[in-house]
Design a protein around this ligand. Structure first.
Ligand code: G4P
Length: 531
């Protein structure tokens, strides 16, 4: 096996998603602990205290206790090299989560056992299904009062529309949570609490082992036997093909805080998931091992380091090997270049990388040349990966600067924030950017815009919310939008590429436009950023 092949085989790249407070940070931390990347539990998290989590860069995240941006961590476990992509925990940022999922080969969905799938996170989790990648479920906080495990499975199936297959089963819950039953090995793994530090002590027992009495009482034992009987009769059986196609989610129960069930989860996870698979590009399928270096940009993040006002473009390597000083080709920019200060996050440290392989994520300094979805490859093997679709915005506002002297900063700020994919911007037909129409998927994005313009660009804004709900690009290139016969509540607008589009307040006005303008083509998606 060649060095490249060997390295790529070791890679696992997954995104971790959850609703806020379900335990994503705690689980990530425990995974790092097992990988030996950190030594002490508590060093990653602590959002609500003055220390802030590694992944929480922005002030606004600290203030609100939510994770707005996503970060990447790498650690080694046994012979695997694992890349974890953190995602925002709020559904208003589900587009960001989707982009991160584009860079991942699988996803771990963390669910709070006492809450199940929460209404406000359905949208976030459903984004996962769109990508058709394996989704592994970790039902966390079993050490607290939890819902019935069967109910939790039903919840996932009904609300998310994905079949479930429990890989292990909890032995008790709340204070009585003592371990997990491995359905495949037909063995019990009983844990001994140790305050959540280091690897937890565990004992493997068979179902009829006399020592079991030391952990659980007669009543709990009977309940476990009954559950196991029920599970054998009902539920989906494990089908690796269905898992890899994103149609069946393997479910694990555990408690990240007390470290119960984390390591068995990690081990099985590595077995179920694959190393990077081939990806589709405009020239065909790109093999991760056979093809030379290629990557695409899935995230652009400003302000990683407040002192330096830097912008980092995160790239997922899809094929081959990256070497620090190599010459690469930026397809959309149509030019050869060297990637500046390529770096990786190893637990808490940002490190300059000398080499990286397919499956890895590198962050490079971005002087403002990259856009989301851009392909980077080698000059003698040029191609483009499929772009990352933008979500149709659902909320709209008219934004202008309070102080007209700040026009330059206002234009720069809104354009850059839009380029990062944090908002979508539009303008009046044939107008400049005195005022900007902003479209977002979730209203929290408006808060981020306001905060960032103020903090990073020193611009105060006035934001007027607008009643529009739907956006459609005009597909006909030869139509003058001013000549269209439209309902009075429809707005003619342009994206930054000069493409014409319409804002609507209802489906009724969309129908009106189509009925009154023969041959009009309205498209739901466009490359609205158009940079
Ligand atoms: P998030 O990243 O998904 O938002 O969640 P995070 O890990 O920050 O966890 C949210 C809260 O839930 C934290 O408590 C954390 O300690 C707790 N938690 C996480 N996993 C478990 C678990 O398995 N069992 C129990 N009982 N609690 C868990 P907090 O009070 O917000 O913070 P702290 O006071 O513990 O620092």
């Amino acid at each position: 096996m060649s060095e490249i092949q060997n390295e790529i085989k070791k890679r696992r790249t997954f995104a971790i998603i959850s609703h806020p407070d379900a335990g994503k940070t705690t689980l990530t931390e425990k995974l790092l602990l097992y990988g030996g990347a950190i030594n002490l539990a508590g060093s990653v998290k602590g959002k609500k205290t003055s220390k802030h989590a590694v992944s929480d860069w922005m002030e606004i995240e600290k203030q609100r206790g939510i994770s707005v941006t996503s970060s990447v961590l790498q650690f080694k476990y046994n012979d695997c090299c694992i890349n974890i992509l953190d995602t925002p925990g709020h559904q208003d940022f589900s587009e960001d989560t989707y982009r991160t999922l584009m860079a991942a080969d699988s996803a771990v969905m963390v669910i709070d056992a006492s809450k199940g799938v929460e209404a406000q996170t359905i949208k976030l989790f459903k984004v996962c299904l769109l990508r058709r990648i394996p989704i592994i479920t970790f039902i966390n906080k079993m050490d607290r009062d939890a819902k019935n495990p069967f109910e939790l499975l039903e919840d996932i199936e009904n609300v998310l529309g994905i079949n479930t297959c429990p890989i292990n089963w909890p032995v008790g819950s709340g204070k009585e949570f003592k371990g997990v039953y491995d359905r495949n090995k037909k063995k019990l793994l009983m844990f001994t609490a140790n305050n959540g530090q280091k690897e937890v002590d565990s004992e493997t027992l068979s179902l009829d082992a006399p020592e079991l009495k030391e952990y659980i009482n007669q009543y709990q034992m009977q309940e476990l036997y009954d559950d196991i009987d029920l599970l054998e009769g009902a539920g989906d059986s494990f089908d690796l093909e269905a898992v890899r196609a994103g149609k069946l989610t393997p479910v694990f129960f555990g408690s990240a805080l007390t470290n119960f069930g984390v390591e068995p989860f990690l081990e099985k996870f590595l077995e179920i998931t694959t190393s990077p698979l081939p990806r589709e590009a405009d020239c065909g399928i790109i093999d991760p091992v056979q093809s030379p270096f290629s990557a695409f940009v899935f995230k652009i993040q400003a302000n990683m380091n407040k002192a330096h006002r830097d912008r980092i473009a995160f790239m997922r390597i899809c094929s081959g090997k990256f070497e620090k000083d190599m010459e690469v080709y930026h397809v959309q920019g149509e030019r050869k270049m060297h990637l500046s200060q390529p770096q990786q996050l190893m637990a808490q440290e940002r490190e300059i990388v000398d080499e990286a392989y397919a499956g890895d994520i590198i962050g490079v300094f971005d002087p403002g040349i990259f856009s989301i979805g851009d392909t980077i490859c080698t000059a003698n093997n040029k191609f483009k990966y499929r772009g990352i679709p933008t979500f149709a915005p659902e909320y709209f506002a008219l934004v202008r600067q309070k102080d007209t002297m700040k026009r330059k900063q206002f234009v720069k700020g809104t354009t850059q924030i839009a380029r990062e994919g944090a908002i979508q911007i539009f303008k009046e037909l044939d107008a400049g950017m005195e005022e900007v129409y902003v479209g977002v998927v979730g209203t929290l994005q408006f808060d981020v815009l306001k905060y960032r313009l103020n903090n990073e660009y020193n611009v105060e804004i006035i934001m007027e919310s607008l009643p529009y709900k739907f956006i459609r690009w005009i597909g006909n290139k030869d139509i003058d939008p001013k000549k269209l016969d439209l309902a009075s509540d429809t707005k003619r607008i342009q994206d930054m590429n000069g493409n014409n589009l319409l804002f609507f307040t209802s489906y009724w006005s969309i129908d009106w436009a189509l009925e009154h303008n023969k041959g009009l083509i309205l498209e739901e998606f466009g490359n609205s950023q158009g940079f």
